[in-house]
Design a binder for this molecule. Structure first.
Ligand SMILES: Nc1nc2c(ncn2[C@@H]2O[C@H](COP(=O)(O)OP(=O)(O)OP(=O)(O)O)[C@@H](O)[C@H]2O)c(=O)[nH]1
Ligand SMILES: [Mg+2]
Ligand SMILES: [Zn+2]
Length: 355
């Protein structure tokens, strides 16, 4: 048992010994949760205490979370008291003005990045989704849908292109229409595993999940003819258990996906560039103007696509910006906490003085 599992199992046992049930968040809607316990969906709410203590959005339960809940007889909703440690977290920068982490899903083993081979196909966007998927701690896998719309020749060209960016991620071409390679995808979702699907609207996420569960459970809608854009059909994240034992998480199409954390995910998604950098003459080479730069010479020799390099630079810059901003946010959060603590202490002292 690894360190995480030991910690998780300990917490789980502790809550269960106090009479709580450990269930999984399947969906959330305006503060109401649907939790999954022994193949049953129950409605649930969080405690006032938890709401009061929450400082940021990530302190609230998210789809995929294991939570300790108190169950009640009759129609009363279960009450969620605690979120158990998260093994993996898929998050992005929230789309608002504030830089805040928005959790898409948690505790997944695989993040499938879905892209349609119609006009949705875009290498640079694929790279961006891959970085976000790698940051989650789960295994990123590329799924290219709608192969039925392309000729053999067109598929070959795209396969070639995708190979230049997918060194660190398995890639599966499939069709939800002809069911081509559907078994390959099914095989990846083992018993007890959780997988999540992300991608632009119209990529085919919900259609694929319907095929996996074998019925038309999720609503799907055609894309716009001219640019293959979807109509943002899925509006909520939802965890669905499969008969085979695994779980899938459907998500709404993302208009944009901002990076959240930095870590080494950008390098992980661009192993070719990371490796080239090792061969530069200077260890602190910026690959802009230095002599003996392996990156520049790879571009000149045609080994490295300049657009891929540009995409790398852009993501790197964005990651650095987020890091500097989020350390400011963390500082502000700490200050707010200290201020609140100071107020609480003052209030206590005042009360004592009155006695
Ligand atoms: N030809 C073809 N069409 C597909 C395939 N997969 C999905 N589609 C179509 O693509 C359209 C969009 O599919 P959805 O499953 O609704 O897309 P989505 O990714 O869930 O979109 P959002 O919920 O908006 O994020 C639908 O009309 C599907 O029938 C495929 O493999 N081949
Ligand atoms: Mg959908
Ligand atoms: Zn260099």
């Amino acid at each position: 048992m690894n360190e995480f599992t030991a910690k998780f199992e300990n917490e789980k046992k502790e809550w269960e010994s106090k009479g709580f049930s450990v269930a999984r968040i399947a969906a959330e809607h305006k503060g109401r949760y649907s939790i999954l316990l022994d193949e049953q969906f129950l409605s649930a709410e969080i405690t006032g205490k938890m709401m009061f203590a929450a400082e940021t959005r990530k302190d609230y339960p998210a789809v995929g979370d294991w939570v300790a809940a108190q169950l009640y007889e009759g129609d009363s909703p279960a009450i969620i008291h605690h979120v158990l440690p998260r093994r993996t977290v898929l998050s992005r920068k929230s789309s608002g003005r504030e830089i805040e982490e928005q959790i898409i899903a948690t505790n997944m083993d695989i993040v499938f990045v879905v892209q349609g081979l119609d006009n949705n196909y875009n290498l640079r966007r694929l790279e961006r989704f891959l970085v976000v998927a790698s940051q989650s701690g789960a295994v990123p896998i590329i799924l290219l849908s709608k192969t039925d719309l392309l000729t053999e020749e067109q598929l070959k060209t795209i396969l070639h292109e995708v190979q230049t960016i997918s060194e660190n991620a398995q890639t599966i071409f499939y069709s939800a229409k002809t069911l081509y390679h559907l078994d390959e995808i099914k095989k990846l979702i083992s018993k007890d595993s959780t997988v999540c699907f992300i991608g632009s609207s119209g990529a085919g996420k919900s259609t694929l999940i319907n095929r996996l569960i074998g019925r038309e459970k999720l609503h799907t809608q055609e894309v716009r003819e001219d640019d293959s854009r979807g109509k943002h059909t899925t509006t909520h994240r939802e965890l669905i258990p499969l008969e085979s034992g695994g779980c899938v998480i459907d998500t709404p199409g993302l208009r944009e996906i901002g990076l959240w954390e930095v870590g080494s995910s950008v390098e992980e998604t661009f192993p070719d560039i990371a490796e080239l950098s090792l061969q530069c003459k200077f260890t602190d080479c910026t690959h802009a103007h230095e002599p003996g730069c392996a990156v520049q010479s790879a571009i000149e020799d045609g080994y490295l696509d300049p657009e891929r390099y540009e995409s790398f630079l852009k993501l790197k810059k964005e990651a650095e910006f987020i890091e500097s901003k989020s350390s400011v946010t963390k500082q502000q959060e700490r200050k707010a906490r200290e201020k609140k603590l100071g107020k609480d202490i003052k209030a206590i002292l005042k009360m004592k003085g009155k006695k």
